[in-house]
Design a protein around this ligand. Structure first.
Ligand code: AMP
Length: 214
């Protein structure tokens, strides 16, 4: 089963994708994670996109489609969760073609709906474990008081360079201008399912499970 998690920055796509990886043996394909890895390991491409990402703009379709192509050709688990991809209509078309050429299909596109105020609050409060990627939130899920990640025990927490109000404003605008048209695109294809992303993590997990199990 291959699915897309679609929604603005801070909708909870990464958190929900991690849960599906743990419970359903699916493979998370996050283009944001891939680009951050490329930047951290200092590859030429990673350094080239770093400033674009810090500003909150989208990197070129060509780069992200190339990243996804590599992963699809490598195969994986009981399906892919596309997290943060596609973000433009050109990427959506490319994904359709890539899946078709590798003999796969797209089973559902799950739109996670959250209002803008909640997004700003979530993003400016978020941090992750640098070792395992566990997501924390200063208000709803604070880092453990002993300073150790509750999932893996590491004590290196990170905040993303683009999780600040200014680049968030750009990221939201990029979402509304370039990514939100995908809602109509997948609706027209009969693949769109919508869940309320405002509830607590368990409630959203339940709503997504219901979509997948139907
Ligand atoms: P994310 O981790 O999904 O919030 O992505 C972080 C940043 O990486 C975005 O603000 C973009 O600069 C870049 N990025 C991630 N995925 C894509 C994509 N599919 N298309 C273009 N840029 C992307």
């Amino acid at each position: 089963m291959n699915i897309i998690l679609l929604g603005p920055p801070g909708a909870g796509k990464g958190t929900q994708a991690r849960h599906l990886v743990e419970t359903r043996d699916m493979v998370q394909l996050s283009t944001g994670d891939m680009l951050r890895e490329a930047k951290d390991s200092g590859t030429e491409m990673g350094l080239r996109v770093a400033e674009v990402m810090a500003r909150g703009e989208l990197v070129t379709d060509e780069i992200v489609i190339g990243l996804i192509r590599e992963k699809l050709e490598a195969g994986g688990g009981s399906g892919f969760i596309f997290d943060g991809f596609p973000r433009t209509l050109a990427q959506a078309d490319a994904l359709g073609e890539l899946l078709a050429t590798t003999g796969q299909s797209l089973d559902a596109v799950i739109e996670m709906q959250v209002d803008d105020e909640a997004l700003v609050a979530r993003i400016t409060a978020r941090s992750t474990c640098g070792a395992c990627g566990e997501v924390y939130n200063d208000i709803t899920k604070p880092q453990p008081s002993d300073g150790k990640c509750s999932n893996c025990g590491a004590s290196d927490f990170k905040r993303r360079a683009d999780d600040n109000e200014e680049s968030l404003r750009t990221r939201l605008m990029e979402y509304y201008k370039k990514t939100s048209p995908l809602i109509g695109y997948y609706h027209a294809k009969g693949q769109l399912r919508t869940v309320d992303g405002l509830g607590d993590i368990d409630a959203v997990q339940g709503a997504i499970a219901q979509v997948l199990d139907n």
